[in-house]
Design a protein around this ligand. Structure first.
Ligand code: PHE
Length: 351
């Protein structure tokens, strides 16, 4: 019972016993590699670790008792070392397994499809119309959107005081230039460029100072088609338009020609399609008429031919200007023209 008299010795053996039981509790709570590292540092750290500190204290224990204290300390160190090692290995293996499980790729999951772009309904119609005319060997030739008064009005036989020239209808860029109000400028440009016989289809944007309504918008799209050759008469015009309408809307679709007026055609007509929304009975979209106007047309006025140096005694032609937005509305059941210009993806993705 020599220990009783050795204060340092008792104290040290007690401290070793306490360190031993503290370790058991701490080890039970250390469940990941960080906690285990902390524990290792707490017991074995070179600076301030409990085990090295015990070994330093051993110097102060009286010689004859050193063995007992040293044995206890060695036992503690060996046990702690092996238990730390054993648990660290177990935890590391578990952590590696969990990490791998997280990185596994399930190749059987259905893939998320990449989002594809969609053609705008007006683009679909424009391309379709261009294709129909390409098949009839028309030249596809878009004209400029910014135009002079000559090409948009004067050469097309608009008198200087014609109401369409009014600032109420036309957007002017400056005194000499304006945004074309129709694609008919393409007729003049093409007839200046190519000698007859000539067949051209020209589609693009046009601009008018119109209020926005169900059917009208300040910017819309037209496709202008015209032909100049020998012996062209109104029967060619009618047959061509019927062909186009049947291609666009099916062979049983109905169209009608109404007499009308344009300064650059004589005679002139407008073509209506039976309204697809009400099937001809009358609705808000067709202003209760049962018909929707899709184009203006006529035989090219002799004065227009003369304006571009073509002899109207020798040559004749027809021309038409089709509203592509109207056609898109009819074809795709879109009752409001604004739907075409709002760029709502929920709408556009349907085409
Ligand atoms: N340019 C006319 C319009 O915008 C349509 C048209 C074109 C009429 C060609 C006759 C001939 O209303």
């Amino acid at each position: 019972m020599a220990r009783v008299f050795c204060f340092r010795m008792i104290c040290m053996l007690d401290d070793i016993a306490k360190a031993s039981s503290d370790f058991d509790a701490a080890l039970a709570n250390a469940n990941d590699s960080h906690a285990l590292d902390d524990l290792r540092i707490h017991y074995f750290g070179r600076k301030g670790g409990l085990i090295p500190a015990f070994f330093s204290r051993l110097k102060e224990v009286p010689k004859e008792q050193k063995k007992e204290a040293g044995d206890a300390l060695n036992k503690l160190r060996d046990r702690l070392e092996s238990e730390l090692k054993e648990k660290s290995e177990r935890v590391a293996a578990e952590e590696a397994r969990r990490k791998e499980a997280r990185s596994i790729i399930d190749v059987t999951l259905p893939a998320r499809a990449p989002r594809l772009g969609h053609l705008h309904p007006v683009t679909i119609v424009r391309r379709e119309v261009e294709q129909i005319f390409r098949e009839m060997s028309y030249t596809i030739d878009p004209g400029p959107e910014i135009e002079s008064d000559w090409y948009n009005f004067e050469a097309l036989n608009f008198t200087p005081d014609h109401p369409a020239r009014d600032t109420q209808d036309t957007f002017f860029v400056d005194v000499n230039r304006l945004l074309r109000t129709h694609t008919s400028n393409a007729q003049i440009r093409a007839m200046e460029r190519w000698k007859p016989p000539v067949k051209v289809l020209s589609a693009g944007r046009v601009f008018r100072r119109d209020e926005i309504t169900m059917r009208r918008s300040p910017m819309f799209h037209q496709a202008e088609g015209f032909i100049v050759d020998k012996g062209i008469h109104i029967g060619h015009l009618r047959a061509t338009l019927e062909h186009v309408v049947h291609r666009l809307f099916g062979a049983d679709s109905k169209m009608r020609m109404r007499p009308s007026f344009f300064p650059f055609t004589e005679p002139s007509a407008e073509v209506d399609m039976s309204c697809v929304f009400c099937k001809g009975t009358g609705c808000g979209t067709c202003s209760q008429t049962g018909w929707m106007e899709i184009l203006g047309c006529g035989m090219i006025h002799p004065q227009v031919l003369r304006n571009v140096g073509i002899d109207p005694e020798e040559w004749s032609g027809f021309a038409f200007g089709m509203g592509l937005d109207r056609v898109a509305m009819l074809k795709f059941d879109i009752p409001n023209i604004r739907t075409l210009f709002e760029n709502d993806l929920r709408v556009l993705q349907q085409f």
